[in-house]
Every structure is written in structure tokens, then in C-alpha cells.
Write a protein that binds this ligand. Sequence first.
Ligand code: CP
Length: 304
Amino acid sequence: MRNLIDIKDLSIEEIDELIKVAKDIMQNPEKYSEKCKYKKLATLFFEPSTRTRLSFEAAMMELGGNVLGFSEASSSSTSKGESVSDTIKVVGGYCDIIAMRHPKEGAPLVASVHSDVPIINAGDGGHNHPTQTLTDLLTISCENGRLDNLTIGLCGDLKFGRTVHSLISAMSRYKNIKFVLISPDELKIPEYIKEEILDKNNIEYVETNQIEEHMSKLDILYMTRVQKERFFNEEDYLRLKDYYILNNDRLRTAKEKLTIMHPLPRVNEISTEVDSDPRACYFKQAKYGKYIRMALILKLLEIK
Ligand code: CP
């Protein structure tokens, strides 16, 4: 039985296969509409979500399966003191696969040890978000036509932004990838990501707090929200939350073929005037998330 806890649980070949299946689903949805008949997906969300939970549920429904679950810890028996491992042992008896989000880093890994059904990490604290990364890879593959030879700007909260950590881990495995890491000093990428992924794999990167200076080199600009829920004090959050606001003026020198991405939700970091720019891809990106999650469910349930 396979789980998806970290993007590194999947080989490059498996990721390429998931992308291929997701593209086929987009082209031929009817072929897949009964693949998960009589199967059930449980979405256990101990932390808020719009895209991840609903795209997982839509994915299972479009595969002909059913969904159950909860969208906040307070409506589950966690509020009475039940442990994650007990919850997982019980819910595994009601479903075939579980997608779980939890504020505690490592909670989905713990869940996978106690589970009789596949566990998908749908985000754990400031740590990882592998299905967002699969979504991002499908987006890049569809929009840029390749996953190699790219200069990727990652901008915003690189310290707490789990989507960024998983994306660096995944993209570092492709050829000739360069990163421009754009953040305020307080929100720089954690040292362990630099040491264990970037340095270890000889990946070229620069750290900067200047977005305009590097704009013209980027093939992809990945904006992120400052993660309010991970700050210890409101004052720091208020000081940093509007540090970068992408607007039309800041895009003046950008490539015509730039892909502007954001895992969403957006707060202020992309001005709404950018939404009508043909390079803005973030709403399309959210839609791609459903197709790659369909491919992932099929893979983990071992359905051809
Ligand atoms: N991108 C993402 O994880 O969005 P949600 O928090 O709405 O699921």
C-alpha cells in the first residue's frame, strides 16, 4: 500500500505518469467517470481549506466514487481529545483512501503508520503540501510545455510557505532549474532546504529581497501569501504582509511567456489588475488541481 506524505515519495517517472494521466483525464473525462465506483474518499481537514479539500472531493465524485469527512477539527471528536492515530484507525474502516490536512508537521506521517488505507498529506503545518506540488507541476507542464530548463522566481513567505518547500524539492530533480528566492529577510527559505536540497544537488539559486531586479529573467513567477496562521505575533505579520504586491507596473520588464502562479488563497500579494493579464495562471492552476488529484487517487487505489 502506498501513501503520499512527501513529494519525494514519488519518483520522477511516477510524477511524469501522473501528469500524463491527468492530461488524459482532461481530454477524455468520460473514460474515467466510473473508475472509482463504490470507492470512498475521506477528507479529514483539521485546518481550513477551500481548494485542496473541494478539489479532492470533486476529483473522487468525477471518478464515480463517494466522499465523507470533516472540514474542521472542532466538528470531529478531536475536540473531545481523540488522538490522530485513533481517528485514523476508525475512519479507515469507513473508506478506501484518506486525504488529511493537519496544523502539526508530521501528523500525516504518523497517521500513515496507523492506517489500513492510503494516506495523502493535504498539507502539514509549514512543512509540506505534495498535492499542491503535483498541481504546480501539471500547471508548469501544460503552460510552459516542459519541466526542465526553467528559471523560477519564488516570492513572499518562503519560511512558512509549505507549497514552496515541496515545489523546490520536486523541481530540483529536473535538469537546469534555477531559483530566484525573493523574500524579506525575516521570511527567507529555511536553512535545511538550502543545505539538504539546493546545495546538495548543486542547484543554482540567488536570495534577494528585490523583485524588479530579477523579473526579466523569470520563466515562472510563483507568488505566495504571508502565512498569518504561523506567526507568533500580529505585529510582525502586519509589518510583512504587504511587502510584495505584484501589479502591472512591476511586470513591465517580464517575459511575454512568463507564467504567473500562486497556490491561493491570495490576500494582497497580487493586485486584481493582474488577473486579466494572459500570463496570470493562478485560477487555471487551481483547476488543474482537480485533475492531478484524480490521477493520484487512481494510482494510490491501484486502479488502471
Ligand atoms: N492551495 C491551497 O492549499 O489552498 P487551500 O488552503 O484553500 O486548500
